[in-house]
Design a protein around this ligand. Structure first.
Ligand code: KIV
Ligand code: ZN
Length: 511
């Protein structure tokens, strides 16, 4: 079996999904989970994009052992230098530099000639090579570039020291057979290509990202770039879980393998969905809610007799078994701590105590606690931001014959008490208006989703809210058995993130 490297770009291309914005703590939590998933490379961000991005890459590079840690950089001096500053503390740092090579991009976006782009690419790779051994070069929009020119560019950057040549289908335009032909052509006509790892990076604009990645792999690429749940620019990237499970389930056909720890796939998918606020469609392959559900009688009968009649992979294998914990209100701190450790959480003493308190409250009200409940509680505690505003109480009046009214009391970081009252079209709207008045934010609630964790009317309700100000999205989450309380917590969490980001990172230096 030929080994395929899995390059995860959830924290870079994935974070470029519209409406997604992760803070440093959330990125670090994701990187820890990607390390447990055992990806080969974590592209932790685009250091020049903002001081927040650079800081997150730095923290990840310092802490995460195992995977290589990479920062993206345009083929520019400042980008490469800032990328190096961010990854330098990793045991295995990578700089990934790129420049567009298609005539469309050269003529209309960069306004430079093919020769100038080639020269800039070589210069950038040489500069990155001064800092790190591992330099990846991407020819942006490769699939719409002239093939002979591409071979020239890749040949030149290999000579300059690039050891990974990435072939991005930047706009998701290509088809599997074209991809196979292009990769075969590059292997035949690029000088020195045998010294490099060839990689693909496919976008999903036509829903072909996974198929194109697998087609490229058949023709010899050694690395696939992908994201958890397929998130990314526009329609997203090739989905890691689909790529990896295709390679595994059809190993007879592809004769390749990855080092991914399958058991962590489902958990990683849930984490990304929770932290980004991007819900996974129910019929999504591998990780969707219905991916292992059998509705028709014929299918159910078949599966009961023999699973393989209608199931090509085992849900347990990717960690999908929904476990009801043998834990309840009588479980002690020790058992709770052990369970959190098993689930991969390492909480500080303070966060642990808060999580334990929430677990106890839930166990008092709910007969059975699901693993999903614990994930939610633990991940909320580990990624909590400094609270500029804390909820003291919320009281709502609503019904079918009454004007919904909310009274909310908040405590500010310095202890000041704020109180607000407002009416709205419903209790959540009223509460948000009351908060908006107090914190000086017009309740520009762009996106609001509510879902039940683990089912049943007594389940935890999870709310994800996205607010937009200054061209940026802030995602807040909140959970409670009371959906109005969950909604208020989510809104405050988004507001707290916004306040903290503005404090730490008053402006970006993106050109
Ligand atoms: O899609 C793309 O071309 C990219 C490159 C920067 C690799 O994300
Ligand atoms: Zn991309």
């Amino acid at each position: 079996m030929r080994k395929i490297r899995i390059f995860d770009t959830t924290l870079r291309d994935g974070e470029q999904s519209p409406g997604v914005s992760l803070n440093v703590q959330e990125k670090l939590e994701i990187a820890r989970q990607l390390a447990r998933l055992n990806v080969d490379v974590i592209e932790a961000g685009f250091a020049i994009a903002s001081p927040g991005d650079a800081e997150a890459i730095k923290v990840i590079a310092q802490e995460i052992k195992g995977p290589m840690i990479c920062s993206l950089a345009r083929a520019k001096e400042k980008d490469i230098d800032v990328a190096w500053e961010s990854v330098r503390h990793s045991e295995r740092p990578v700089i990934h530099t790129f420049i567009a090579t298609s005539d469309i991009h050269l003529d209309f976006k960069l306004r430079i000639s093919r020769d100038q782009a080639l020269e800039q690419a070589v210069w950038a790779v040489k500069r990155a090579k001064r800092y790190v051994n591992d330099v990846e070069f991407s020819a942006e929009d490769a699939t719409r570039s002239n093939w002979d020119y591409l071979c020239r560019v890749y040949g030149a950057v290999i000579k300059a020291g690039a050891n990974v040549l990435n072939v991005p289908d930047t706009v998701g335009y290509t088809t599997p057979d074209e991809m196979e032909e292009l990769i075969a052509y590059l292997f035949q006509h690029t000088e020195g290509i045998e010294r490099a790892i060839v990689s693909v990076h496919c976008h999903n604009d036509l829903g072909l990202a996974v198929a194109n990645s697998l087609a490229a792999m058949k023709t010899g690429v050694g690395q696939i770039e992908c994201t958890i749940n397929g998130i990314g620019e526009r329609a997203g990237n090739a989905s890691l879980e689909e790529v990896v499970m295709s390679i595994y389930v059809r190993r007879d056909h592809f004769q390749t393998e990855t080092d991914i720890n399958f058991l962590e796939i489902y958990r990683t998918s849930r984490q990304i969905s929770q932290l980004t606020g991007m819900l996974v469609q129910p019929n999504k392959a591998v990780v969707g809610q219905n991916a292992f559900a059998h509705e028709s009688g014929i299918h159910q009968d078949g599966v009961l007799k023999e699973k393989s009649t209608y199931e090509i992979m085992d849900a347990k294998m990717i960690g999908r078994e929904e476990k009801v914990l043998i834990m309840g209100k009588h479980s002690g701190r020790h058992a709770f701590a052990k369970k959190l450790e098993e689930l991969g959480y390492h909480l500080s003493e303070e966060d642990f105590l808060k999580a334990f308190q929430r677990f106890k409250q839930l166990a008092d009200q709910k007969k059975s606690i699901a693993e999903a409940d614990l994930h939610l509680i633990a991940s909320e505690e580990t990624t909590r931001t400094e609270e500029a505003y804390k909820l003291d109480f919320v009281h709502v009046c609503s019904g079918n014959n009454i004007l919904p009214t909310a009274t909310v009391r908040l405590i500010q970081g310095d202890g000041t008490i704020l109180e607000g009252v407002a009416t709205g079209v419903g209790p959540v709207d009223a509460a948000y208006k009351a908060i908006g008045q107090m914190v000086g934010l017009s309740s520009d609630l762009v996106n609001f989703t509510l879902q039940s964790i683990s089912g049943g009317t007594e389940a935890l309700g999870e709310v994800v809210v996205r607010i937009f100000t200054d061209d940026r999205a802030y995602v807040g989450r909140g959970s409670s058995q009371d959906v109005v309380v969950a909604s208020v917590i989510a809104y405050l969490s988004a507001i707290n993130k916004m306040t903290q980001t503005k404090k730490v990172n008053p402006q970006t230096h993106h050109e």
